[in-house]
Design a protein. Structure first.
Length: 408
C-alpha cells in the first residue's frame, strides 16, 4: 500500500456539487430537478435516503434498501465496499483498495477528481462516511436549540486536552439544532452559501502503513442544508481530519495544527471559507465536549421506529400514507436542555430608573481536577448566561465569534 505524506491524501476541505453519480445520469437528473421542502430540510443522511426513495417512487428505479450508488459501482463492487468499510477504520485505505480492485469505483474517483473545485476525497469521503453510518448503527445526535444558543456563546478554554474530545461511536452524525437555522455556513461554488446543518464524525486509529500509524484520528465531514436551494441534493460539504499526536495537547492546538497543515500542503482556502470551516469545526468540538460532561442531557426520540411499529399493524390500504411519512422521520438522541440559561439580575436602577442592557455572559469548558490529590480530571461546562433576560423583549442577537489560532 502506498504511503501518503501526512495530510496530503486524507486531510481535505472541498465542497461537492449535486451530480454525484456521473455514470448513471437517470436518477441524478431526476434528483437535480426535484425539490420537496420537507425532504430538503432533513439532515444529510436522511435527506439522501428520502430523496432516493422519492426517485424510486416517481421514476421506476426500484432501488430497495440499497441506494443508487449500486448503480454507480455495480453490485459486486458495492458489496465489496461495504465489507471494506466494516473492517477498515480509516477511509483512505478503502479508497486505495477499491480503486485497485474495481474499475467502476476507480472511474467514479477519476470523474470526481475532474469536477470543478473538487478533489477525489472531497467527492467521496462524505459518501464513505454516509455508508459507514447506514450500515454501522445509524447513531444520530441532535442538539436542542437551547444547547445551540449556549454553545454558540461558549469558548473552548486553552487548557482542554484533546483526550477529552472523544466521539461516543466510531461513526455518528450530529445535527445542529433544527438543521436550517445555524449562523454558520458552507460554500458550494455552484450554488453559493448553504446553512451548516451538522456533520458525520468518524474516529479510530490510523492503520499500519501510514506515517501516523497508531495515533487516534477524528474525521469531520460537515454538511450544508439543501433547504431553500434548487433541488433535494443541492447541498455542500467540507471535510478535515484531525490527528492527535499528543493527547495532552490542547484541543485548540490540535485543531489549528490540522488547519495549518492543510494550508501548508496546498489546500489554501479563501478567507471566508477558512472562517466558515473554523466555526463549524470548533462548534462540533464543543458539542463533543458537552457529550462528555457529567451534566449532559440525553433524550431518545424514536419517531421512525414508532412509525414502523404502526406500519406493521395496519392493512395495505392505509400503508401508503404512513410509508410516505416514514421517509420524513428519523430516530435520534436529542442532547441539551430546551432553553438556554437565563438570569434576571439587574432590574431598574434605583437612582435612574433605567434598565441595564440584556447581554450574554460567555460560557466556557473547564478541565477540572478532582479526587485524591486532585490527580483526576473531568470536563465541566460553565454555561453562558443571558443576563437581564427579564427586561428583554427578546433574546439579543449574539455577535459573530471566531476563535483565533496562535499568531492570528
Amino acid at each position: 500500500m502506498a504511503t501518503p505524506a501526512r495530510g496530503s491524501l486524507w486531510r481535505h476541505h472541498r465542497p461537492y456539487g449535486t451530480r454525484m453519480t456521473p455514470h448513471q445520469p437517470g436518477p441524478a437528473e431526476i434528483a437535480a430537478s426535484d425539490y420537496d421542502p420537507a425532504i430538503a430540510r432533513l439532515p444529510h443522511p436522511y435527506r439522501l435516503m428520502a430523496a432516493m426513495g422519492h426517485i424510486a417512487e416517481t421514476s421506476g428505479y426500484k432501488l430497495g434498501a440499497d441506494d443508487y450508488h449500486v448503480l454507480a459501482f455495480g453490485r459486486v463492487a458495492y458489496d465489496d465496499l461495504i465489507r471494506m468499510l466494516a473492517t477498515e477504520s480509516m477511509n483512505q485505505p478503502v479508497i486505495e483498495r477499491m480503486c485497485a480492485k474495481h474499475p467502476s469505483f476507480r472511474a467514479f474517483v477519476g470523474v470526481s477528481s475532474g469536477l470543478p473545485g473538487v478533489t477525489e476525497q472531497g467527492q467521496i469521503y462524505w459518501l464513505l462516511d454516509y455508508l459507514r453510518w447506514r450500515f454501522q448503527g445509524k447513531h444520530f445526535f441532535q442538539t436542542t436549540m437551547g444547547l445551540e444558543a449556549g454553545l454558540q456563546n461558549t469558548d473552548i478554554a486553552e487548557g482542554i486536552p484533546a483526550a477529552m474530545v472523544r466521539p461516543p461511536y466510531p461513526i455518528q452524525y450530529i445535527q445542529c439544532g433544527d438543521a436550517v437555522s445555524s449562523p454558520y455556513h458552507l460554500i458550494n461554488p455552484a450554488s453559493g452559501a448553504h446553512v451548516f446543518e451538522g456533520a458525520y464524525v468518524l474516529t479510530g486509529v490510523v492503520p499500519p502503513g501510514y506515517p501516523e500509524s497508531g495515533l487516534r484520528f477524528i474525521e469531520f465531514v460537515f454538511t450544508g442544508t439543501a433547504y431553500g436551494k434548487k433541488d433535494n441534493l443541492d447541498d455542500a460539504t467540507a471535510a478535515i481530519t484531525l490527528t492527535v499526536h499528543d493527547e495532552n495537547a490542547t484541543m485548540l492546538e490540535v485543531l489549528e495544527e490540522a488547519l495549518n497543515d492543510d494550508d501548508a500542503r496546498g489546500l489554501k482556502r479563501e478567507a471566508a471559507e477558512a472562517t466558515d470551516i473554523r466555526q463549524c469545526l470548533f462548534h462540533l468540538c464543543k458539542i463533543l465536549l458537552y457529550l462528555n460532561t457529567e451534566k449532559v442531557v440525553k433524550t431518545p426520540l424514536n419517531e421512525r421506529s414508532e412509525l414502523q411499529v404502526r406500519l406493521a399493524r395496519v392493512g395495505a390500504g392505509k400503508r401508503g400514507k404512513l410509508e410516505r411519512q416514514l421517509t420524513r422521520t428519523y430516530d435520534r438522541i436529542v442532547i441539551g436542555a430546551k432553553t438556554p440559561p437565563l438570569s434576571g439580575g439587574g432590574g431598574p436602577a434605583i437612582d435612574s430608573g433605567r434598565h441595564l442592557p440584556t447581554f450574554w455572559r460567555r460560557g466556557h469548558f473547564r478541565n477540572q481536577p478532582y479526587g485524591e490529590g486532585r490527580q483526576q480530571h473531568r470536563i465541566i461546562w460553565i454555561e453562558p448566561v443571558l443576563v437581564n433576560a427579564d427586561v428583554a423583549v427578546s433574546a439579543p442577537q449574539s455577535k459573530p465569534y471566531v476563535i483565533k489560532g496562535p499568531g492570528e
